[in-house]
Design a protein around this ligand. Structure first.
Ligand code: F6P
Length: 539
């Protein structure tokens, strides 16, 4: 599709030759490098209000960052010069912005209303609402017992089998929405190839009430297919071949592979190639979440994401939350040289959120080739990591407070408890606020006790929201999806492919026979040959 964004020409040194980029480099060197966060607060009494913005139910406090009004202006100029607004329009219009795979990128259509007219002419888009209705009917029938297992028992154990986006999405969201689970439903997941997750579940679950949800965009992924076959063998062994049809449901774009596996046509939920794996929780990949919580909750999740989509499309760049997070990310990465970013949620139900964001950021923006095939001219995606609340404090905060690295942080802070223990959530809130304050202010120590000194000056964002609900969770996920997109646009890379994972898969398949002893190692890597010798001795 010959459109402005996808056909844009990148100059030889893009983005480092953009006027805003060079101005930011100068501004960093001459002004901001020397300034501490405490100085910035002392100089600007309105700073806390100035650097705060709202989108949906989320409030972003970004005052504790190494920026002043001039930095903010230059960052917004950078977004303009990189044509972020054009890129946003291109995504929502269904342009083929995933250039290396020649596809549109339309996870935003999955949570749109039909009246939003998001890329309605793209094949598949008009089918979205039909699939949602089919999911709704299926969920309802499972929950009311109209659909049961082969022996007539209700299906109350939902086991998601998938990996990457087909696992992290369902797992993260179902854990985050634990409060919303139907009383008698249980959620588990199987992802890793080693087989231990399924082995453990087989000890605990009654096969008669277990429904496996196989999630795989391609339905060819080694880990998922290995686990799905193992689960199938377990059902056959315990309930007989004819039970398979009642205990497996699938979400995929690959209909012939679902056929081959024996997935009943009523138990199949499709999606489309314009939904990337790490952006797929909004599609039928969310089926296991809907099965444990109810379709009403899943629809509320979609509605939350749509709120952020509308904000992303409509808010001006200077007051746009995903754009602001992206620009701050670029500021630390490309000008301060930060290598990592920590995500620290203060609600244990968000414990898999850092892992979810890790795939979202690192698979999307861990690239070193630009859209035009030329090498990138600046560093791209940082390492994302994190852990929930006080568990993190008692683990790695030592390094945040007294280590030698610059680590920008996003604190995520729900005000109300999602576990009906408000007094304990109040403690979590106090701890979160205390940490961001202490990390910024630091503390001097007596000269004979230098190890007691806290350097302070560590930047952080705090995203506050009333409570962890399907709506706020949807907003949070969409916020980061768009943040990652904007960063990719500015770096000139394709945030929607993942070629980097292919080589390892290929090498693994060439090693499989050598590991099991059924074949010889054909490769020429001396280290692998020596490791294989050890493996064959110990096997
Ligand atoms: O790791 C590569 C990847 O393609 C991810 O992008 C994706 O989420 C995961 O594998 C699973 O893919 P599929 O849903 O096709 O099984």
């Amino acid at each position: 599709m010959p459109d402005a964004y996808t056909t844009r020409k990148l100059s030889a040194r893009y983005p480092t030759d953009l006027g805003a980029w060079t101005a930011l480099a100068r501004h960093y060197k001459e002004v901001m490098r020397q300034k501490t966060l405490s100085e910035l607060f002392a100089r600007d009494k309105k700073r806390a209000q100035r650097f705060q913005l709202a989108a949906g139910d989320l409030t972003l406090d970004y005052a504790k960052n190494h920026i002043n009004a001039a930095t903010h202006k230059l960052l917004v100029r950078l977004a303009k010069e990189a044509d972020v607004p054009g890129a946003v329009r291109a995504m929502f219009a269904g342009e083929h912005i995933n250039k290396t795979e020649d596809r549109p990128v339309l996870h935003v259509a999955l949570r749109a209303k039909i009246s939003d007219t998001v890329a309605l002419e793209t094949p598949g888009v008009r089918d979205i609402w039909e699939v949602l209705v089919r999911m709704e009917e299926f969920v309802e029938r499972v929950q009311t017992g109209a659909v049961v297992g082969a022996t007539g028992k209700r299906l109350t154990n939902i086991v998601n089998i998938g990996i990457g986006g087909s696992d992290l999405g369902p797992v993260m969201v179902s854990r985050a929405l634990r409060t919303y689970w139907r009383d008698d439903m249980r959620f588990d997941s199987v992802s890793n190839v080693d087989g231990t997750q399924l082995a453990d579940l087989q000890e605990e679950l009654d096969p008669e009430s277990t429904l496996f949800v196989i999630c795989s965009k391609t339905f060819t992924t080694l880990e998922t297919m290995t686990n799905a076959k193992a689960a199938r063998a377990w059902i056959v062994e315990r309930l007989g071949e004819r039970a398979v049809v009642s205990h497996f449901v699938a979400a995929s774009t690959n209909h012939s592979a679902m056929n081959e596996f024996g997935i009943h046509s009523d138990y199949r939920f499709g999606f489309w190639d314009w939904v990337g794996g790490r952006y797929s929780i909004w599609s039928a990949v969310g089926l296991s979440v809907a099965l444990v919580t109810g379709m009403d909750i899943f629809r509320r999740l979609l509605a939350g994401a749509r709120v952020m989509d509308l904000h992303f499309q409509q808010a001006p760049l200077h007051a746009n939350m995903p754009v602001t997070l992206a620009l701050l990310g670029i500021w630390y990465n490309n000008f301060f040289g930060a290598e990592t970013q920590a995500i620290l949620p203060y609600d244990n139900r968000l414990e898999r959120f850092p892992a979810y964001l890790q795939q979202l950021h690192m698979e999307s923006n861990g690239k070193s080739v630009r859209l035009d095939g030329k090498p990138v001219k600046c560093s791209t995606g940082v390492v994302i990591w994190g852990e929930a609340g006080n568990n993190a404090q008692h683990s790695f905060y030592q390094l945040l407070h007294q280590g030698t690295r610059l680590i920008p942080i996003d604190f995520l802070l729900p005000v109300q408890s999602s576990g009906a223990r408000q007094a304990q959530q109040d403690l979590a809130i106090a701890n979160c606020l205390a940490q961001s304050e202490a990390l910024m202010d630091g503390q001097d120590a007596p000269s004979d006790e230098p190890y007691r000194s806290y350097k302070g000056n560590n930047p952080s964002n705090t995203i506050v929201f009333p409570a962890l609900t399907p709506e706020t969770l949807g907003q949070l996920i969409a916020l980061y999806e768009h943040k990652v997109f904007v960063e990719g646009v500015i770096w000139g890379i394709d945030s929607f492919d993942q070629w980097g994972v292919e080589l390892g898969k290929k090498v693994a398949s060439s090693l499989t026979a050598a590991v099991s002893g059924e074949g010889q190692y054909q490769g020429g890597n001396a280290s692998s040959a020596s490791l294989l010798e050890i493996v064959s001795r110990e096997r």
